[in-house]
Design a protein around this ligand. Structure first.
Ligand SMILES: N[C@@H](CCC(=O)N[C@@H](CS)C(=O)NCC(=O)O)C(=O)O
Length: 220
């Protein structure tokens, strides 16, 4: 239970995970409203009245509704300043903002790969080759991130909101059994941040109880 703060989320939703990580980094309590996607709870009137898209995350903080994950984490960092999760220095801020938004490019590529398998849309050889192309595009994107992560975090040596935005997607790669052997900085980053309390404690609960579908086994 938490103050006047609610978060609607679903297990395995990376955008919702971003908000949960930020709330924990800021030591902010909240009332957890977990939605079961299989029961379409994210399309309930309770959520649709707050968020007509019927999506998670949907956050309500002191009566203020903020739905988009990027908006929600920036809102939390602006309103609850301690600890700050964005640098003050102009150059460092520019880089952190850039990486913050670039994370959505990676997110889109992972989501495409994920969605095709999840919806069971790979049936023919043609589908298989379309999937291979998407995996190759993801590999190219990950090579960029391997360079970006050379100093340890998404925007240098400090943990910022850019990491909040990025890490759920990187950990999906591990969940899908990617080895990351050719991406040493990504691999190290995944292992380091997986153990960070705000990330570990908010990890999708069903990951602990259901086996990985293994869709990226042996990749990258
Ligand atoms: N751009 C949104 C995306 C949110 C989103 O797509 N959430 C998914 C779960 S990962 C969802 O609720 N999907 C249900 C739907 O779109 O009907 C954000 O970053 O918050």
């Amino acid at each position: 239970m938490g103050e006047d703060r609610f978060l609607y989320w679903g297990s395995g939703s990376p955008p919702a995970w971003r908000v949960m990580i930020t709330l924990m980094e800021k030591n902010l309590e909240y009332t957890s409203k977990q939605c079961d996607f299989s029961k379409k709870e994210h399309k309930s009137m309770e959520i649709l009245e707050l968020n007509p898209r019927g999506q998670v995350p949907t956050m309500v903080d002191q009566g203020v509704v903020v739905c988009e994950s990027g908006a929600a984490v920036q809102y939390l960092d602006a309103v609850y300043a301690n600890p700050p999760l964005m640098p003050k220095d102009r150059k460092a801020l520019g880089l952190a903002l850039q990486r913050f938004h670039e994370s959505n490019v990676l997110a889109a590529k992972i989501s495409e790969v994920f969605r095709l398998k999840m919806l069971g849309q790979i049936k023919t050889e043609e589908d298989e080759s379309a999937w291979d192309k998407k995996v190759a595009a993801l590999n190219e994107e990950l090579l960029l991130w391997d360079a970006h992560l050379s100093e340890g975090y998404a925007a240098g040596k400090e943990f910022t909101l850019a990491d909040v935005m990025l890490i759920p997607y990187i950990l999906i790669l591990l969940r899908l059994d990617a080895t990351l052997e050719t991406l040493p900085n990504v691999k190290k980053y995944a292992e380091t941040l997986k153990a960070r309390p705000s990330v570990k404690k908010t990890s999708p609960p069903h990951w602990a109880t259901s086996p990985s579908p293994g869709w990226l086994k042996g990749k990258f």
